[in-house]
Design a binder for this molecule. Structure first.
Ligand SMILES: Cc1cc2nc3c(=O)[nH]c(=O)nc-3n(C[C@H](O)[C@H](O)[C@H](O)COP(=O)(O)O)c2cc1C
Length: 387
């Protein structure tokens, strides 16, 4: 890996130590600990969190196929899974985010996996592993909530995407296709963009991004629907970071052929292959999160280097694709490095469990990195990069 893509680290400050204490106190209730983030966002003003309306880090994504542009208060987004209900979306601007993917939503309510716990914290690695299994209230409920809050979310500087996925358990491909396109069409009416999650490792089924035939059928139907709509909204595919080069090429070629606007790279990393991401926690020390003995998908700091490799590969070989980078992003310098690679925005999740006011901290670091290179704001940097 070259020097510009180092896994920058941050000093643990008082707030980060408070978060560590909270994790320790609630170590028997990891799912409660995870869910409490919504309260942390809701009451952020009590401990100094507020919407940052400064234009310095504003980011706009434009698309060559005339899809509606996307407006972000800053290029740091909250990734799918952290707000599965789509309730109180504007709260997430208080904690510094410039965009959010809500969901993942499936066609109907899903309880998710029944095993408990479904989440574990890997303290040494600053990582989380989970096997939630796409628990959600169903796309109609989620889309309605997004619709109600979208204007307020925009005023707070948030771009709002809905993440959707297939309904696990449907074995008939035609039925699966129909349900997923229906889910897409409902989410489409409400959100700024749609993220199609084809890489969840926690449903107990084979992932769509490993089945190129179905991936092609799915995205050609989705884009066919999209192209008949009065307003053309951007469509992203969320892929798995464990794809090997050949698999990545196969999926990327399909996405380009179908006219998909971009990719979110990527989802949690399947724990069964965890040797690839160099965890210091051995697999056998991780809690079992599923009845079949699986430890779920790993998220957080250890994903970063592998994700960078994949993002670099995509930007080099598919430069027209918009990329939202996701995986172990926990420092503003990393955001800056990724923007230099051509990434449009970054998404993060695990960092909120480890860093106090993580997105605000990353904003400050990004601004410092820009200033160190002589830029007054993100626009100046982007204009220079594209000159
Ligand atoms: C508890 C948990 C639940 C998640 N749920 C979803 C989900 O519903 N849909 C999705 O696309 N990704 C989900 N993810 C994956 C994240 O969106 C993200 O891709 C992954 O955690 C890597 O980013 P990070 O290293 O910043 O955490 C989940 C991750 C975690 C830790």
């Amino acid at each position: 890996m070259d020097s510009e893509l180092i896994n920058h680290d941050y000093y643990l400050l008082r707030g980060d130590k408070i978060l560590a204490l909270i994790r320790r106190i609630f170590h028997r209730y990891p799912e409660f600990r995870h869910d409490s983030f919504k309260y942390y966002a809701r009451f952020a003003r009590l401990y100094g969190g507020k919407v940052d309306k400064s234009p310095a880090l504003k980011k706009v994504i434009t698309f060559s196929d005339n899809s509606q542009s996307l407006y972000f208060g800053c290029p740091v987004m909250l990734a799918a899974g952290a707000n599965k209900t789509a309730k109180r979306i504007p709260d997430y601007a208080n904690v510094g985010f410039g965009g959010i993917s809500v969901g993942t939503a499936t066609r109907r309510f899903r309880e998710g996996n029944t095993h408990r716990p479904r989440i574990g914290f890997l303290e040494e690695d600053r990582a989380i592993h989970n096997s939630m299994g796409l628990n959600n209230e169903g796309v109609e409920v989620i889309a309605e909530r997004v619709d109600e809050q979208l204007i307020r979310a925009h005023k707070a500087g948030l771009c709002v995407g809905i993440s959707i996925a297939e309904t696990p358990g449907i074995t008939d491909e035609a039925e699966k296709l129909k349900e997923t396109v229906e889910t897409f069409s409902i989410a489409y009416q409400a959100a700024d963009y749609i993220e199609v999650n084809v890489s969840c490792p926690n449903t107990g089924e084979s992932r769509i991004d490993l089945n190129t035939c179905f991936t092609e059928r799915l995205f050609s139907e989705i884009m066919k629907f999209r192209n008949t709509q009065a307003v053309r909204k951007a469509v992203y595919a969320k892929l798995s970071p464990d794809l090997l080069e050949r698999g990545l090429i196969a999926v990327m070629d399909i996405l380009v052929r179908c006219g998909v606007n971009g990719v979110v790279m990527g989802n949690t990393f399947p724990s069964a292959k965890s040797e690839v991401i160099h965890l210091s926690t051995p697999l056998e020390k991780m809690a079992v999160l599923r009845d079949d003995g699986d430890r779920g998908g790993i998220s957080g700091r250890p994903l970063y280097e592998n994700m960078c490799w994949m993002v670099r590969y995509i930007k080099k070989n598919y430069p027209g694709m918009s990329v939202m980078a996701c995986g172990g992003i926990d420092h503003g310098y990393k955001v800056y490095d990724l923007l230099k690679l051509g990434v449009d925005v970054v998404q993060c999740y695990s960092v909120v469990a480890f860093r106090w006011m993580a997105a605000h901290a990353m904003r400050r670091e990004l601004q410092a990195a820009l200033a160190a290179d002589g830029y007054h704001n993100l626009d100046e940097f982007l204009n220079n990069e594209h000159a």
